[in-house]
Design a protein around this ligand. Structure first.
Ligand SMILES: *[C@@H]1O[C@H](CO)[C@@H](O)[C@H](O)[C@H]1NC(C)=O
Ligand SMILES: *[C@@H]1O[C@H](CO)[C@@H](O)[C@H](O)[C@H]1NC(C)=O
Ligand SMILES: *[C@@H]1O[C@H](CO)[C@@H](O)[C@H](O)[C@H]1NC(C)=O
Ligand SMILES: *[C@@H]1O[C@H](CO)[C@@H](O)[C@H](O)[C@H]1NC(C)=O
Ligand SMILES: *[C@@H]1O[C@H](CO)[C@@H](O)[C@H](O)[C@H]1NC(C)=O
Ligand SMILES: *[C@@H]1O[C@H](CO)[C@@H](O)[C@H](O)[C@H]1NC(C)=O
Ligand SMILES: *[C@@H]1O[C@H](CO)[C@@H](O)[C@H](O)[C@H]1NC(C)=O
Ligand SMILES: *[C@@H]1O[C@H](CO)[C@@H](O)[C@H](O)[C@H]1NC(C)=O
Ligand SMILES: *[C@@H]1O[C@H](CO)[C@@H](O)[C@H](O)[C@H]1NC(C)=O
Length: 887
């Protein structure tokens, strides 16, 4: 704009503004220019004190008086049709009804009656020419060239709107109440690996733990946003890290409520006044909120609502209504009391009953791991910031509780995590006759009658809660029984129900629901699984056996991956349960644990522990996200090898995995590496298994004996593992196909299926890349191991380890199974305990043949081999039907 014209503009505006100043309030549209002043009473006529409206009419800037309490007035942006405040300026310094909002060339100021500035925009780099409220609800200060000097979207309060980003390190902060916008204690923060809800520094929700959140890559989160298709956390390069898909809606308001809940309210159009149904609310259960009950109240869910009681050994506080204080008269620890306590009162701890959990224990990472209770307690005693601790005897982890005060407790399901609340014994306590509060006595708990009665009540409440949940879900009567069996009778009751087996296995209502096999994992009803997975909302993968969904066990027992076996109903329930019992009892740190299952009608579902970094192929071959470092690759190799070695030699019954590939090696934080899908081939009928094997067979991990005339043994897994080792070294698929669409739409575990369809025809082309095992053999002969290593590592690699890995990988690939090392030997070689043997070049010649033309199994010709694929006992698989015609 030429200076002359802008001067004329300013003059004109000055006149208009002063006219406005005198006569109160027409609602400006989109733009206001300095100098401008608004007070509440001037705009009292316009709804809600609004003085500026966006062009689409959906947003208004106002001197807003929430709840018409006439005390606190805020400069705010409102979503006009619904009357929802979406941003406020002076939230911590409200003005009165006669306070002023002024727009000058220097920015916006909010002042009180006496003219004292309560809030202002930060210093700007050039004079303000206009205040604009755009169609997304963003309030902006523009200079003469229309450049943005400041925008409200950069300083989110408790709300995020479409088009607005919450950057890593920033947070939304809740209001204290519906009419008091000063900042409360709840925060929604974006951190590198997640989006968190916290209260006084303790986490009570994680996006990554939400059943509805799908994780696309392991890249670092750079920002969070909400839009017409859902909630997103994206990386710096724009790659999606997390997404929560929501039904399409043009406009959404993501708001952190004063109650600590995160809510996404959706509107069909930006100017709709009523939200459409299907809100996103987190956390869902009352009892997962930090302050659902006042400090140390025990929250118990009852239908939609919840009740608060004091845990055993605590009594209702007289001074702070609703909160609980130690029954023995000691004082709860707080940072202030602790600092005041110069050697006076003694620190002691009140042990909480098993299963009583603190809202944050599920989400906050342990303060320490590998420490015993004594050490954990000492850590707490040494710190004034520590108000208590939880120690998990199973994982030996220690969580110190902090904050200004403690929040709510709830009934969890973990028996191994025990809580201790720190107290200072008061002076009068010296003559006290009860010592039961001291944790020193905890090992010999004195079950007082009142405690027993209480426990009974808790159990009853628990049962009633379940009952109401079950009836809400429209469950059948006997479902209740199995739920009770699950939650109250975790210790299996082999004799009680075994008589109930009904041969009519596919009848949903048959008594076969009562099949009980000693040691059988937890059995869930289909309804429970539906609840667990929010009606199968988040598909995290689709493997050879069916789709995998994210879920959460009731009672905060953790996340799970639910595998829905496709068309698996052929196998009778009794056999299925037998196999499940075998798989479920295989426990090893490198094997994915089966938490439970469901067999109802023809439905077969498996509930596994959840591995949050997804499968190895995503981390190894994915092009977004950090490159898997050499050290991590070696850890993966060793972990996977140990898992397989255990399957081959550590169980009662030898288990040949038959499907070792990066898609079946899962990773989780803390360097966890676990093999998945073991034992599953046995759950399939021969036909299904044949189909599955066919699909699987196209991927280049199949040992030559699968397609020749030899028997299948555990050495077939060794071969596949050798292929995986080479891929770990190389960082790419051995066969240079167009790289698999890793982490694409719903493909957490993109095994077999899709690529099988596409690569059959182009299998021999190699996409311009040479067959890597052949290259590895050549370079091994020349001793050039470093040339084989993934270039993305830029030399961050230990040459000796690279040489060792390539050598052992080549030995695993020997054509003759008898010449391959056992998995146990591979483990010892990878550990460095024994030197790698020399690969036999003559036993690897077939790789050159494969390199030129890879014979692909033809579907249909494979039916015969299904039998061998499903055998778990390798020694018995040499039968004639494990052979296969030459392709
Ligand atoms: C706005 O008011 C200030 C002080 O009252 C004055 O110096 C300035 O010139 C005014 N600006 C315009 C554009 O009228
Ligand atoms: C600034 O934007 C308004 C409309 O938003 C337009 O009318 C005006 O010409 C723009 N001014 C300049 C200098 O670009
Ligand atoms: C507004 O945002 C800036 C940077 O984005 C930050 O430095 C500032 O503290 C924020 N102000 C408020 C009141 O949140
Ligand atoms: C919503 O945002 C995500 C992430 O930025 C993006 O991938 C998606 O296409 C957006 N959806 C719409 C409807 O704009
Ligand atoms: C909302 O906006 C649409 C156009 O975007 C318009 O047709 C409709 O009348 C508006 N509805 C209301 C209630 O203002
Ligand atoms: C529970 O919530 C649903 C919907 O939110 C409501 O219809 C029902 O009346 C509530 N029940 C109780 C007991 O509050
Ligand atoms: C700390 O001690 C002082 C004096 O001993 C007392 O006045 C104060 O109330 C104490 N503060 C707390 C939090 O106990
Ligand atoms: C706990 O660990 C410490 C060392 O961390 C050890 O000295 C102590 O004996 C352990 N106590 C028990 C009961 O194991
Ligand atoms: C309480 O325990 C202390 C030591 O732990 C012991 O000296 C005292 O006698 C006990 N008091 C009672 C009443 O048992």
């Amino acid at each position: 704009m030429p200076p002359k014209r802008s001067l004329a503009w300013l003059m004109l505006l000055l006149i208009i503004a002063s006219v406005r100043d005198a006569a109160a309030g027409p609602l400006a549209v989109e733009i206001i220019r300095p100098n401008f002043t608004a007070t509440s009473y001037e705009y009292i006529d316009t709804a809600g004190g609004a003085f500026l409206e966006s062009r689409n009419g959906a947003f208004r800037a106002a001197v807003f008086n929430p709840g018409k309490q006439q005390e606190r007035f805020y400069l705010a942006v409102l979503h006009a049709p619904s009357g929802t405040p979406v941003w406020s300026a002076n939230h911590d310094a409200p003005t009165s009804s006669s306070g002023k909002v002024q727009l000058t060339a220097g920015g916006i100021t909010v002042s009180d009656t006496s003219g004292t500035t309560l809030w202002s925009t930060p210093p700007l780099r050039s004079p303000v020419a206009a205040l604009r409220l755009d169609d997304t609800g963003d309030l902006q200060l523009l200079d003469a060239g229309n450049a943005t000097l400041w925008r409200s979207f950069d300083n989110a309060t408790d709300t995020l709107l479409p088009g607005q980003q919450l950057l890593a390190g920033a947070y939304l902060s809740s209001a204290k109440g519906e009419t008091d916008f000063s900042r409360g204690d709840y925060r929604l923060g974006v951190v590198t690996a997640d989006v968190l809800l916290t209260w006084q520094g303790s986490t009570y929700w994680r996006l990554s733990n939400d059943v509805r959140a799908f994780k696309d890559t392991n890249a670092a989160v750079a920002s969070m946003s909400v839009n017409a298709s859902g909630i997103f956390a994206v990386a710096a390069d724009g790659a999606l890290v997390f997404r929560v898909s929501l039904p399409p809606a043009e406009f959404r308001v993501l708001k952190l409520g004063s109650d600590g809940r995160l809510r996404v309210t959706s509107f069909a159009l930006v100017n709709s006044s009523a939200p459409i149904s299907g809100d996103f609310v987190s956390p869902a259960g009352d009892c997962y909120l930090p302050l659902q009950c006042p400090s140390l109240g025990l929250c118990t869910a009852a239908g939609n609502s919840s009740t608060c009681t004091c845990p055993p050994q605590f009594a209702a506080s007289v001074t702070i209504p609703g909160s609980c204080t130690p029954g023995d008269g000691s004082t709860l620890a707080s940072p202030a009391v602790c600092q005041n306590n110069s050697g006076g009162a003694a620190v002691s701890y009140i042990a909480l009953k098993p299963q009583i959990a603190y809202f944050a224990t599920k989400f906050d990472a342990p303060t320490n791991t590998g420490v015993n209770k004594t050490a954990c307690r000492a850590l707490c005693t040494a710190s004034c910031a520590c108000l208590g601790f939880f120690h998990d005897t199973a994982s030996m982890s220690c969580r110190l509780l902090g904050g200004k005060q403690l929040g709510s407790l709830y009934m969890g399901a973990s028996d191994t995590s025990l809580g201790y609340i720190k107290t200072f014994s008061s002076a009068t306590k010296s003559g006290s006759n009860q010592n039961s509060s001291s944790p020193a006595n905890h090992t010999v708990p004195i079950v007082l009658p009142s405690v027993a009665v209480f426990l009974l009540l808790v159990v009853l409440a628990w049962y009633l809660w379940w009952r109401s949940r079950m009836s809400k879900n429209g469950k059948k009567k006997k479902g209740k029984n199995s739920a009770m069996k699950m939650y109250l009778g975790r210790q299996k009751t082999p004799s009680a129900d075994t008589g109930g087996y009904n041969a009519d296995a596919d009848d949903d209502d048959g008594d076969d629901e009562d099949i009980v096999i000693p040691g059988m994992p937890t059995r869930f009803t289909y309804q429970e699984i539906t609840t667990m997975t929010s009606n199968f909302a988040t598909k995290i993968g689709s493997g050879g056996f069916g789709s995998v969904y994210k879920g959460e066990l009731p009672g905060g027992e953790g996340l799970v991956a639910v595998k829905k076996l496709e068309a698996a109903g052929v196998q009778a329930k009794r056999e299925f349960c037998t196999e499940i019992t075998i798989i479920g009892n295989i426990r090893h740190v490198n094997l994915v644990r089966l938490r439970g299952f469901c067999a109802e009608g023809s439905r077969r579902l498996l509930v596994y522990e959840y591995m949050n970094r997804g499968s190895l192929d995503r981390s190894l071959f994915g092009r977004t996200g950090p490159v898997l470092e050499w050290g991590e690759r070696m850890e993966v190799a060793l972990g996977a090898a140990r898992g397989l070695a255990y399957l081959h030699t550590g169980c009662d019954q030898k288990i040949v995995h038959c499907d070792v590939k990066p898609e079946n090696i899962l990773l989780a934080d803390g360097g966890q590496v676990k093999i998945s899908d073991f034992g599953l081939a046995k759950l399939m009928s021969r036909e299904q298994s044949a189909l599955f094997t066919t699909m699987r067979g196209t991927r280049g991990y199949l040992a030559p004996e699968w397609i020749s005339n030899a028997a299948i043994s555990d050495r077939a897994d060794v071969y596949s593992f050798g292929m995986v080792l080479l891929e770990l070294v190389h960082g790419r698929k051995n066969r240079g196909e167009q790289e698999a669409p890793v982490a694409g739409e719903n493909s957490d575990l993109p095994s077999g299926w899709s690529s099988a369809m596409t690569s059959t025809a182009s299998g021999t082309s190699g996409g311009g890349d040479e067959y890597f095992p052949m290259v590895a053999l050549d370079l091994h002969e020349q001793g050039r191991y470093l040339d084989l290593v993934d270039a993305r590592l830029e030399g961050r690699v230990a040459e000796a380890e690279a040489a060792r890995t390539v050598r052992v990988a080549l030995c695993c690939l020997h054509e003759d199974p008898a010449l391959r090392p056992s998995m146990a030997t591979v483990v010892r070689i990878l550990e460095g305990a024994v030197p790698p043997p020399e690969p036999r070049v003559e036993a690897l010649g077939f790789l050159r043949l494969y390199g030129r033309s890879y014979p692909l199994p033809v579907p249909g010709s494979l039916t015969a081999m299904a039998g061998s694929g499903t055998m778990s006992n390798a020694s018995s698989t040499a039968g004639g039907d494990s052979h296969l015609g030459e392709p």
